[in-house]
Design a binder for this molecule. Structure first.
Ligand code: ADP
Ligand code: MG
Length: 370
């Protein structure tokens, strides 16, 4: 598909083509290809050591690619030094100059570029307003809160109007509440200025709430690229299904193929049906993924049918708006269920140890082959 796009049509804003980075015998990034459009807020998501920072640093030019190339607006920048790329990296707030006030910190790059004073002052004011620090220009970094310092770092990184802003776990030092507030501010600022943002995070909730698209990395490879909702609905494999949100995975063997594929599962002790058009082999081992909010709970377990299984209620965690329930099936497998609506009267009487039946619609399930 990438090759076709290369022949015709407009070029993507940022094209990463088959890029790898090896450190001696460590493959930090392995043959990653990725197109990012102008104005995206793209999140690179993955566990520690999966290669996210190395990929970001190659986009910045701070790391030389072992092979492959990077294009920005159709121009090959693979061998362009970082200072000549239309890209900037935002470092964490502690990279502010402690002896300079906020204005001077933000103006630093502009001064190096010899901007005329009037223009520089106007730009600094514009940036202060953008990050809602209009009144704080004369303060030193140590007179600011962690969140405010973060916003100064952001303003400084945006000062020279980079076409792409790279952010490597910029919020990881902030506590949960401040972090969520800062996430919202980041999204608002990015929308306002329309600059392409690429952010690294290991926090899936952060990626889900911020990103226009998410790229999941695992062991140096880019596994799946998708908008948050699509990634949640259609994870490419078990790892991503479990990484993006919670999931019930039932292992089974293919017993009947067709538009509705039927799996015999030891995990549920029943037949499972799923609507899916993947080509499968008889007897192939596959997994059925069902999100906790798609599992239905019944209080009177009766009969046997596909996508149903009987068990006992083994945990109830009431959290106000939602309730988490665990059912242990007769097969021994645990199933998580999330209920967010009002419980009806029968459900409200449920207690640990009660016999229950779980079920799910065949369209609520996803078939995974790896
Ligand atoms: P992430 O940001 O996803 O945590 P990194 O990109 O920092 O991962 O690292 C990916 C892999 O490359 C890790 O195994 C890491 O140890 C290795 N690595 C990163 N930078 C270097 C380096 N300068 N020298 C040697 N190995 C490195
Ligand atoms: Mg990193």
């Amino acid at each position: 598909m990438a090759d076709k796009a290369e022949e015709s049509g407009p070029k993507p804003f940022l094209r990463i083509h088959n890029i790898s980075k090896h450190f001696a015998d460590v493959r930090a990034v392995d043959e990653v290809s990725l197109d990012i459009q102008q104005g995206e807020f793209f999140c690179l998501l993955g566990g520690s050591g999966s290669g996210k920072s190395t990929l970001l640093r190659m986009i910045a030019g701070l790391e030389t690619a072992t092979s492959g190339h990077i294009e920005i607006e159709g121009q090959d920048v693979t061998n362009v030094p970082p200072w000549n790329r239309p890209v900037n990296m935002m470092f964490q707030s502690y990279a502010l100059f402690p002896h300079m006030n906020v204005e001077k910190n933000i103006a630093f790059g502009l001064k190096q570029d010899n901007w005329p004073k009037a223009e520089m002052d106007a730009r600094v004011q514009e940036l202060l307003d953008l990050v809602q620090l209009g009144e704080y220009g004369k303060r030193k970094p140590n007179q600011l809160s962690g969140g405010q310092r973060q916003r100064v770092a952001l303003a400084r990184a945006l000062a020279r109007k980079p076409k792409v802003l790279l952010l490597d776990e910029p919020l990881s030092a902030l506590d949960k509440k401040l972090r969520e507030e800062t996430q919202r501010q980041l999204v608002a600022i990015q929308k306002e200025i329309g600059t392409t943002f690429i952010m690294v995070t290991h926090d899936q909730e952060e990626a889900m709430s911020i990103a226009t698209r998410i790229g999941v990395m695992d062991e140096a490879r880019l596994i799946q690229v998708e908008a948050p909702r699509e990634m949640y609905e259609r994870p490419a494999n078990k790892m991503i299904a479990g990484f993006i949100g919670q999931v019930n995975l039932f292992e089974g063997k293919v017993s009947r193929k067709g538009k509705t594929q039927t799996i015999t599962s030891m995990d549920t002790g029943s037949l499972l049906e799923v609507v899916d058009n993947t080509k499968l082999e008889d007897g192939q081992v596959v997994w059925i993924a069902v999100r906790p909010e798609r599992v239905l709970l019944k209080t009177n377990p009766k009969g046997r049918a596909a996508n149903k299984a009987n068990g006992k209620l083994t945990d109830i965690m009431y959290l106000g708006g939602i309730t988490h329930i665990q059912v242990t099936l007769d097969s021994g497998s645990p199933v998580r269920i999330t209920i967010s609506e009002h419980w009806d009267e029968d459900e409200a009487k449920l207690k640990l140890g009660d016999a229950v039946q779980i079920s799910f619609e065949k369209r609520a399930a996803r078939l995974l082959v790896e």
